[in-house]
Design a protein around this ligand. Sequence first.
Ligand SMILES: Nc1ncnc2c1ncn2[C@@H]1O[C@H](COP(=O)(O)OP(=O)(O)O)[C@@H](O)[C@H]1O
Ligand SMILES: [Mg+2]
Length: 260
Amino acid sequence: MAKTKIEPVIVLKELKKSFGLGDAEHYAIDGITLTVRKGEFIAIMGPSGCGKTTLLNILGLLDSKIEGEYELEQRSVASLSARRQARIRSQQIGLIFQNFNLVTRLNVIENVALPLVYKGTTQTNRLKQASAILHTFHLGEREYYMPYQLSGGQTQRVAIARALVNNPSIILADEPTGNLDSAASHIIMEELSDLHKRGNTIIMVTHNPRLTTYASRVITMLDGKINTDTGSAIRAKTSSTKRPLGRLRKKSKRKKAVIL
Ligand SMILES: Nc1ncnc2c1ncn2[C@@H]1O[C@H](COP(=O)(O)OP(=O)(O)O)[C@@H](O)[C@H]1O
Ligand SMILES: [Mg+2]
C-alpha cells in the first residue's frame, strides 16, 4: 500500500483562532499546518490551555470563525453554508466531548438512536442500531434506563455510543476516557481501535501517554502550535515496541554472538 496515495481528509494551512479583542486578543491556535490522511489515528497531547479543545472544535465544525485554511475532504470549509456544515457534522463526524449531555427526557436507547433521526432511518432500524452499539459498550441491560439512573461512567459510555451510532468516518475525541476507571477506559479504547482498523480516521486528545500506543501518530502541542509530530508514517504498534524485555535480551545476546 503506497502511503503517499492515501487521500487527505483534513488539511490545515496556517490555521489561527483568536479569542478576545484589542489588548486582550489571544491566539489559542497560532499557525497550525497539518495534513491528516484517511485512516490515521492521531493522539494529541500537550499542557492545559495549549489549544487542543479549540482545535477539535474547529475540526468538528463547531467553530468557523478562523483565519487560515481548513479543507475537509478537499472542500474549503469557509465555502460551505452553515446548513451544509451542520449536515456534514451530523453524518460524517462523531464528536466525543467531555460534557456529555444526554437528553434527560429520553431513555438510553432513545438517546443513542437520536442522531439517526437526521439520517432518515426508520424507527425500527434506529432502535436496532442503537441496541447493537449499546451491546458493544456492555450497556445492553441499561437500554431502558433513564439518564439519571446511570453512573457517571455509564453516562459517558452512552454518550460515546450516541456519537458513534451513525458510523461517522471521522471521530474527534477530547479526552474520551478522562473520567473513567481503567475497565471502562479499556472498553472505549478497544472500540476506537476497532473503528480505526475499519478505516475510520480518529483524532483523540489525551493526557495519558499510555493511550498513545493505540495511535498511529502522536502530535504534541504547545502555545497554540504543533510542537512535535511523529508524522503520518504508520509507526506505532510495531512488534518491537511491545516485545517483552526477556525476548529483547535474548535477541541482543544472539547479536553479540554473531559479532563475536
Ligand atoms: N470560548 C473561549 N473564550 C475565550 N478564551 C478561550 C475560549 N476557549 C478557549 N479559550 C482560551 O484558549 C486557550 C486554549 O484553550 P483550550 O483549547 O481549551 O486548551 P486545552 O484544551 O489544550 O486545555 C486558553 O488560553 C483558553 O483560555
Ligand atoms: Mg481541553
